[in-house]
Design a protein around this ligand. Structure first.
Ligand code: ADP
Length: 403
């Protein structure tokens, strides 16, 4: 029996047959002389050992398909049916069994038709020789193996996609619950505490009032954290749609949102001209807003100085937000990009510890990286890239950025 199993999928990691193995061939041809000739040619084949069986009719060929053949050589013209009809039947019954069509003379139309119907190859009988036959069979087997592997990959991809969309649905439900259901009880605690304060506030002792304030404060913080969590989950799930924009416009939007904060904190903002980029403008504006907001928030100097930087490092643009704030010790450089990780206590600076985690998600969704360089007491420089295809042109020289 054939040593090369027809179901190549099961032969995972197995290479093509060597001389020690043999390939089992079924020849379908109504001419016995053709069988004798093919058997002889296969014996002389240089690369592989072959074992050949012969059937003269289409019906016998189809009956034989239950056998473990590795490949079929099929005559294009049979007495009772055309080779094409038999080919279609074989492809239907055994889609992974390679079939090579043998034609009396080369005929382009027949050849194309045979390939379209699923033949692995075609050979004109007049051109048959050991090398050609051996090579054609080996290619057909190799192709069938690769096709099967591809099909398996596609199947796995489909399963993974189905799993992913199921997970996304679950995440979607969780985000909905986090934004609505989880926050509802917290809002009730806050409202009823206010009713309590209104109704009996004047009778409360100083300590009781303090406890009430702690309770409201804790509920508010919990509400902020739940909202932050929902924001983070939304950012993880978001698929970005890139459009080409000037990043200066994104910076404009970010600064517009922060007008009051910039004014009251007495900050100076210096802006480098930004390049154009293929990105999602809203996410990009939020990214700048988060980083500028932090630069203002974590500044211990009377005059915050914020520099929005844009420098070209090789093929990439590196953008950044530099401040003269309190700085960050090197051991915390990575930590601060994880959700809910803060270096400041609540009584020093309000926050949920989610801003930089969202910045990281936005940058990574654009194929880029974000990091910080800093010196404690002197300031920090948050830098990011947008991946190889992120930036398109320079504002000044209009250079193509993509490599
Ligand atoms: P949040 O500001 O809500 O705490 P972030 O994720 O934006 O959350 O920041 C995480 C932590 O990183 C902050 O709590 C702060 O300790 C530190 N940090 C962020 N930006 C700066 C900055 N520009 N200078 C110094 N420390 C910073």
């Amino acid at each position: 029996m054939g040593a090369v199993d027809t179901e190549f999928a099961e032969a995972k990691g197995r290479s093509m047959p060597s001389k020690e193995q043999f390939v089992r061939v079924l020849l379908v041809d109504d001419d016995e002389d053709m069988y004798i000739l093919t058997r002889q040619l296969l014996r002389q084949a240089p690369g592989t050992s072959y074992e050949i069986d012969w059937v003269p009719t289409a019906q016998e060929a189809l009956d034989e398909l239950g056998q473990q053949y590795d490949i079929v050589l099929l005559d294009y013209v049979l007495h009772e049916a055309t080779g094409l009809e038999v080919l279609r039947e074989i492809v239907r019954k055994r889609p992974h069994l390679p079939v090579i069509i043998l034609t009396a003379h080369g005929n382009r139309e027949i050849d194309v038709e045979a390939l379209n119907a699923g033949a692995a190859d075609y050979i004109a009988k007049s051109e048959l020789n050991p090398n050609l036959l051996d090579r054609s069979i080996r290619y057909a087997l190799e192709r069938s193996l690769k096709l099967r592997e591809l099909e398996q990959l596609a199947d796995r991809l489909q399963v993974a996609n189905a799993r992913l969309s199921h997970k996304n649905e679950e995440l979607e439900q969780f985000i909905y619950m986090a934004s609505h259901d989880f926050r509802e009880p917290l809002r009730q605690i806050m409202s009823f505490s206010e009713f309590l304060r209104r109704d009996i506030g004047h009778t409360l002792s100083g300590r009781a009032e303090q406890s009430l304030n702690f309770m409201v404060g804790a509920a508010k913080r919990m509400d902020d954290l739940v909202e932050a969590l929902a924001k983070l989950l939304r950012a993880s799930r978001k698929e970005i749609t890139r459009v080409r924009v000037s990043l200066d416009q994104c910076v404009d939007r970010a600064l517009e949102e922060l007008t009051e904060r910039v004014r009251t904190s007495n900050a100076t903002i210096i802006r480098d001209p930004m390049p154009h980029a293929r990105c999602e403008p809203t996410s990009m504006a939020h990214l700048f807003q988060n980083l500028i907001d932090n630069a203002l928030k974590y500044c211990d100097k009377p005059h915050p100085e914020i520099h929005l930087t844009a420098e070209k490092g090789g093929q990439k643009w590196i953008l950044g937000v530099k401040d003269n704030g309190c700085g960050i010790a090197q051991e915390h450089y990575n930590k601060i990009f994880s959700p809910f990780r803060r270096l400041h206590r609540r009584d020093q600076c309000e926050g949920t510890g989610i801003g930089l985690a969202i910045c990281k998600k936005v940058v990574e969704a654009h194929g880029g990286e974000i990091w910080v360089e800093s010196e404690v007491g002197k300031g920090s420089h948050f830098k990011f890239t947008l991946g190889a295809t992120g930036f398109t042109t320079n504002t000044t020289d209009d250079l193509e950025e993509t490599p």
